[in-house]
Design a protein around this ligand. Sequence first.
Ligand code: BJ8
Length: 383
Amino acid sequence: MLSLPKNFETFNEARKKSFMALYNAKEAGKKVIGTFCSYTPLEIINAAGAISVGLCGKSEQGIAEAETVLPKTICPLIKASYGMAFTDQCPYFYFSDAIIAETTCDGKKKMYELMSKIKPVHVLNLPQSRTQALALEMWTEEMRKTARFFEELFGVTITDEKLREAIRYRNRLRKAIVDLYEVAKIKPSPVSGYEISTVAESADFHFTDDDLIAKIEGITREMKTRVRDVAADRPRVLITGCPNAGVREKIIKRLEELGADYVCADICSGPRVQKFMVDENTEDPYRAIAERYLKINCSVMTPNSERFNDIRESVKEYQADGVIEIVLHGCHTFAVEAFTTAGVVQNELGLPYLRLDTDFSQSDKGQIETRLEAFIEIMTNAA
Ligand code: BJ8
């Protein structure tokens, strides 16, 4: 029988529930792989017969402990992820058989070296640029290496057939998630963006055998029929920048409470990345997977001009009235790209732009609220 962490009884009910869902999956013989990044090839994890689970820290929890090891100035996402892991507070990390890491930003890359002292860590060597010589060949080889890692770890064989099956499943799931996000294209949006993103992000934490895709499709159909009791001319906002799970309450929830709608999640878990499918009809499934993941427009890539084309298109498709960029303290790549985002949004698209530099603490809650109020007023007056 598996053991629970010593501090289990101190966890709140939601955390205990998460622990138990994974506990039951593990007891039933499932293997679990923890991930931290959208560049992780989930198809290969599934083809190895394992469950993938996102491990990024999303709150202040664990940060104080992490700061005894990591620099205080590093990004809160890295500190929270590491802190939750090494204090055994994260159910998903606790039950993970191994971790898939990646060479994205410097902070994460170096943090994984420390994390590898706690659990087996397999590092994906991500090319810095998708246009560099042999980028696709290198990345395809990383996909094959990852498959070999799972085969050795779990004593399984990843056949092309299993891989193709996982590719088809992941493509269908992605399509369902994109359709869900696209509910907010309806003007006015029948559902709050906070609710849509909550459902979409919960797909990362599905450990039971019920049909996740059918569930998401059902929710999407139901959401489209809703009638919302809010003003029809609420400003519509596209949010871009760093992953925003750790600041959802103080920025996204508050933005909507103050009178605007979060209609487009231009982040790596949003439709910008989910829309990329793996080609199901090629000879080499590893190369097809590599091609799909290399399309992701993260600020760790250089150049990363496709990200701005996506912003241009998404602003039109979702009829956004303004753009908010979230930059987590210590995230240099998104901080530098913010200069270009501001230029594209203000000068080319002629829309209001707000940059919020923040972390996972509550200390700037009041200040953020004041800036959101002012931004909503600017968008309303510009309409
Ligand atoms: S694909 S966005 S999940 S790297 S950890 S870069 S916030 S300093 S998370 Fe990311 Fe993959 Fe890109 Fe998405 Fe900055 Fe912090 Fe680094 Fe971060």
